[in-house]
Write a protein that binds this ligand. Structure first.
Ligand SMILES: Nc1ncnc2c1ncn2[C@@H]1O[C@H](COP(=O)(O)OP(=O)(O)OP(=O)(O)O)[C@@H](O)[C@H]1O
Length: 335
C-alpha cells in the first residue's frame, strides 16, 4: 500500500514497543495526535520520546505495535516530505554551509522551488542569518533553521523534538505564536519536551510518558483541572469542622488561616462559612500545580541521569545534512 496521507493527518500510535537488546525503551504505548491541535509529548530524559518519534518517522523499526500518519505507516507514504515534516535535533547541519544553502540542497532534492526557501527563512525569522555559515549559529537559530527545513514541503503534520531547547523566553514566545498559526491552519503538531513549563502555554493536549510507558494523556485543560477551593477565614480549624459536617473534606492551606476544600463548589463553601458564622476573606478555585503534578507523575524515572544516553552515543538522530530530513532511511544500529 502506497499513498499520501488522506485528509486529516492524525497520528495514531498503538501498542508501540521498542526493545534494544531486551531493554525496553518504549513499552506498549498508545495515543492519538489530532489535527488542528498542538500536542505536547512529555517525559524526563530517557523516557523514550525520541525513540517514539523516530518510530513515527520510520527511522526505527518497532519491536511491536505501530505508528501511522493519516492511516499510513511512514514507509507507505507516497510523498513523505509533503505529508510530515520533522526536526529531530537542531545540531546536525553542515557547519560550513549557510543556512540558506542547507535548505536549498533539501529543496532541490525534493523539487521544491527556491522561492519556498526564502519564504520559510522569512517566516522563521532568520533571513539575514541564513546567509552565514550554519556552524556559527546559536542553538536558537539552529532550531529555527530546523523548523524551516521541516516545513519545506508544506506538510500537514509536524513532528518537533525538543524545539524549545536553546530558545530564550522571547524565542519560546515566538515559537508559540508560530505553531499556533500552523495549528489554526489545521496542521497536526507534535512537540516533545522534558520540561512541562516550557510548553504548557503552547500545547492543547498532553501525553506524558515515563520509563517508556504512558502515564497521562488528555487535554491541557483536564490536566490543569480544578483541585479544590482555597478559602481564607479567621479560624481555619472551625471552618474545617463545619465543612466536615457538610461532607466536604479539607486540608490546611500553605498560608495561615487558609484551607483547601476538596470541592469545586465555591458557593457551598461560602454558605457553610456563613452558617458557621465565620468570615470569608478570600475564596477562589485552586487549580492543579502543574509542575508538582508532572513531577509526581515522572518522579525518579530519569533513565539518562548522569550519563549520556545510549541513543545519543549510538544512533545518528538525523539523516546526514544532504538527506531529506523527512525521508526515513536509517535503521537503528543496535537492536
Ligand atoms: N539505539 C539504542 N540502543 C540502546 N539503547 C537505546 C537506543 N536508543 C535509545 N536507547 C535508550 O532508550 C531510552 C529512551 O531513550 P530516548 O532517547 O528515546 O529518550 P528521550 O525521552 O528522548 O530522552 P532525552 O530527552 O534524553 O533524549 C534511554 O534509556 C536510551 O538510553
Amino acid at each position: 500500500m502506497t499513498a499520501t496521507a488522506p485528509t486529516g493527518g492524525r497520528i495514531e500510535i498503538a501498542g508501540l514497543t521498542k526493545r534494544f537488546r531486551g531493554f525496553s525503551a518504549v513499552e506498549d504505548l498508545s495515543f492519538d495526535v489530532e489535527p488542528g491541535r498542538i500536542t505536547g509529548f512529555l517525559g524526563p530524559n530517557g523516557a523514550g520520546k525520541t525513540t517514539t518519534l523516530r518510530m513515527v518517522l520510520g527511522l526505527v523499526r518497532p519491536t511491536s505495535g505501530y505508528a501511522t500518519i493519516g492511516g499510513y505507516r511512514y514507509g507507505e507514504l507516497e510523498r513523505p516530505l509533503s505529508t510530515v515534516g520533522a526536526a529531530l535535533e537542531a545540531t546536525n547541519f553542515h557547519p560550513g554551509r549557510s543556512g540558506r544553502d542547507h535548505l536549498r540542497v533539501l529543496a532541490d532534492a525534493a523539487s521544491i522551488p527556491t522561492a519556498r526557501v526564502d519564504e520559510l527563512l522569512e517566516l522563521t525569522g532568520i533571513p539575514a542569518a541564513a546567509r552565514k555559515r550554519a556552524g556559527a549559529y546559536s542553538m536558537g537559530m539552529r532550531q529555527r533553521l530546523g523548523l524551516a527545513a521541516a516545513l519545506l514541503g508544506d506538510p500537514q503534520v509536524l513532528v518537533l523534538d525538543e524545539p524549545t531547547n536553546g530558545l530564550d523566553p522571547e524565542g519560546i514566545r515566538w515559537l508559540r505564536g508560530f505553531l499556533r498559526r500552523l495549528s489554526d491552519e489545521g496542521k497536526t503538531i507534535l512537540v516533545s519536551s522534558h520540561l512541562l513549563r516550557e510548553v504548557e502555554a503552547t500545547v492543547d493536549d498532553v501525553v506524558i510518558i515515563a520509563n517508556g510507558r504512558l502515564v497521562q494523556a488528555g487535554t491541557m485543560a483536564d490536566l490543569r483541572g480544578t483541585a479544590g477551593a482555597l478559602v481564607r477565614t479567621s479560624d481555619a480549624e472551625a471552618l474545617a469542622g463545619a465543612l466536615r459536617v457538610a461532607d466536604v473534606t479539607s486540608s490546611p492551606g500553605e498560608e495561615p488561616d487558609t484551607l483547601v476544600a476538596e470541592t469545586t463548589d465555591l458557593r457551598l463553601v461560602g454558605d457553610v462559612a456563613l452558617r458557621a458564622g465565620l468570615p470569608v476573606y478570600g475564596l477562589e478555585p485552586r487549580s492543579t500545580d502543574l509542575e508538582q503534578l508532572y513531577f509526581s507523575l515522572t518522579e525518579g524515572t530519569n533513565r539518562n541521569e548522569g550519563a549520556q544516553s545510549a541513543a545519543d552515543q549510538q544512533v545518528p538522530h538525523q539523516p546526514a545534512p544532504d538527506q531529506d530530513p523527512g525521508a526515513a532511511s536509517a535503521e537503528e544500529v543496535s537492536s
